[in-house]
Design a protein around this ligand. Structure first.
Ligand SMILES: NC(=O)c1ccc[n+]([C@@H]2O[C@H](COP(=O)([O-])OP(=O)(O)OC[C@H]3O[C@@H](n4cnc5c(N)ncnc54)[C@H](O)[C@@H]3O)[C@@H](O)[C@H]2O)c1
Length: 258
């Protein structure tokens, strides 16, 4: 996809979980198109700086924080606005997965998945939207969902449920905030060639054999196709979208091929 290098000039974008495999690709793409980015994660500052080594330090700041905690979400928003001003777009991007048959999943695993995947998205979406209203910004909340929100993948039941919850959370934000001109959308990637899916592909032969049959386009999803979807969603080209899930999954959700 081609957008001008200044497609995001003047935009301040906040991303949670930005130090992960997909997050880093997204941040690089957004900065390459002139956005300023405040990036959150739970990794130490030194590790984050290492991962950000090839990004212009004037265009990105790192804020460490566990976003399951409201106080840390509030600190993120405050630090973000202090350095780069009003927030235009917030990417609720944190995610984690725990594998196991539903009959063996513990209440603790369930609670942790919901806290990391759904609660962080709710807290950041809410805090970012409040800041947009205060700053009189026509803002945008973008949630990182997954194709498995609609097509359950075996042995990651809590994750499937968390992404379905996220889609409905996104639609609820979209419905309630439309009259304030704050939009909400989601992006649903497929089986990506970096990050959590790649880790499982490399370490779990049963997953690999199942996943290798599940992608109609025939190969794992390139990182660039995910970051291009984020770029599109952050530009004015997506300005009439609200309440939508943009599925970019190589056809995984068409039918169960595994
Ligand atoms: N990799 C895939 O195939 C795939 C497919 C569809 C959707 N997704 C989604 O994309 C997003 C990124 O996935 P990824 O594969 O890059 O995973 P990843 O594990 O590389 O990145 C997730 C990041 O979130 C951070 N994080 C976890 N808990 C946090 C917390 N409480 N506060 C702040 N940061 C926290 C982690 O430190 C990590 O850097 C997730 O939402 C995931 O569900 C991934």
């Amino acid at each position: 996809m081609t957008f001008r290098e200044d497609a995001l000039a003047g935009q301040h974008i906040v991303i949670s979980g930005g130090c992960g495999a997909i997050g880093l690709g997204v941040v690089k793409k957004l900065v390459a198109h002139s956005a300023r980015v405040t990036m959150n994660d739970i990794v130490d500052a030194a590790e984050a700086q290492k991962r950000l080594a090839d990004i212009d330090p004037g265009k990105v700041q790192y804020v460490k924080g566990d976003l399951t905690q409201l106080s840390e979400v509030e600190a993120l928003i405050k630090t973000a606005r202090k350095k780069f001003g009003a927030i235009h777009t917030a990417l609720c991007h944190i995610g984690m997965v725990m594998s196991g048959p539903l009959l063996e999943i513990t209440p603790t695993q369930w609670d942790q998945t919901m806290a990391v995947n759904v609660k962080t998205a709710f807290l950041l979406g809410q805090a970012a939207a409040k800041s947009m209203l205060e700053d009189q910004i026509l803002g945008h909340l973008i949630f990182t969902s997954s194709w498995v929100a609609e097509t359950p993948w075996p042995e990651i039941g809590p994750y499937n449920a968390s992404k379905a919850a996220m889609n409905q959370l996104m639609r609820s934000f979209a419905r309630e905030l439309a009259d304030k001109r704050i939009r909400a959308n989601a992006i649903a990637p497929g089986i990506v060639s970096v990050g959590m899916a790649k880790h499982q592909w490399d370490t779990d032969p049963v997953y690999k054999s199942r996943a290798s049959k599940a992608i109609p386009l025939g190969h794992m999803q390139p990182l660039d196709s995910v970051s291009d979807a984020f770029l599109f969603m952050c530009t004015p080209a997506a300005s009439y979208m609200t309440g939508s899930v943009l599925t970019v999954d190589g056809g995984c959700s068409l039918y169960p091929m595994d």
